[in-house]
Design a protein around this ligand. Sequence first.
Ligand code: GLA
Length: 378
Amino acid sequence: MDTAATEAWFAPGRANLMGEHTDYNQGFVLPFALAQGVTATASGRDDNLLVLRSKQAPDDPVTVHLDSLAPGSVSGWAAYPAGVAWALRAAGHVVRGASLDVDSDLPAGAGVASSAALECSVALALCSLSAVSVPRRALAAIARRAENEFVGAPTGIIDQSAALLCTEDHALLLDCGTLAATQVPFRPAAADVSALVIDTRVTHALVSGEYAARRAECEAAARLLGVPALGVLTDLRVLDRLSDPLLRRRARHVITDSARAREIAAALQGPGAVHAAGNARKIYPFIGKLLVEGHASLRDDFEVSWPEADVTVETAIAAGAYGAKMIGGGFGGSVLALVPTGYAGTVRTAVTETFTARGWTPPEFLDAVPSPAARRLS
Ligand code: GLA
């Protein structure tokens, strides 16, 4: 039934230097693409079926007819690729059937945007097989719609944007209000710095209630302040107008994290930049300090951190990291640490030993190398 040549499309996961839970608030984010991601190997079909297989879920292949796709009609991992086909069609594109085999070297539920990597690799494969041309920003919106409406996770636009728009050796400063995107030079290795993703092995699910609850709280705060979204605010004095201390904390997180994303971008764009080891002494301690502030804000103001992340941040800093923070939606997932390369081994050992001493599942480590966005492999 396969009637076209096979194509392979890859989309990366991401780590986020700053700006968590700011995307759906129209604030700033500063992610970079990882080298790890999802590969979708696909061929077209003439029977309007989607045949979906995942190396990570070998016992759960799913076959669906394109015409039967509707939000809620597919569950589990296959909801993401099926949702992409649904969202492409909902946007008016004529999508043909396909056999899709996906494989991932990203941990799932670890805060490194494996869902968006799955969506975006499949989106590019389906577009190519269907001879449909969609600009990448529009494709990011379509992939997000798949996640929001088909899967039912009320997430923002950072992950799909990172997967589709990032470039090698850069972070992406994205204004989620206007979607203006700036490529910011980010080459930690050139400054003898290692970016380390530490997977705490506590998995999260964004379809669960806490993420949606945070989003609703932010919307309530914005309504009370008379603004379309908290991300448009920059002056912390407006917080005095919120009488509810919880909403005040949530809003403070969004305003300060968005400001920190811009500050880090400015530091990375600064004269002489960060590409010489000599400058690292100044810039990376500064960025590290902002990472630690960002983590504290996520822990205390936004209340989305979890014990393993807090301990990882403390341990990494004590072992020589410039700074560290949780990344992604929270309640599980990973920490990003910026570490002088000479201390990377010490940090790994210290975090592993601390986890072991507490009886926690040992963490996994991923070298986070600023990498290119999604692309065709073959
Ligand atoms: C998840 C969501 C994103 C974003 C982050 C938190 O990764 O998919 O849209 O909200 O959480 O920054």
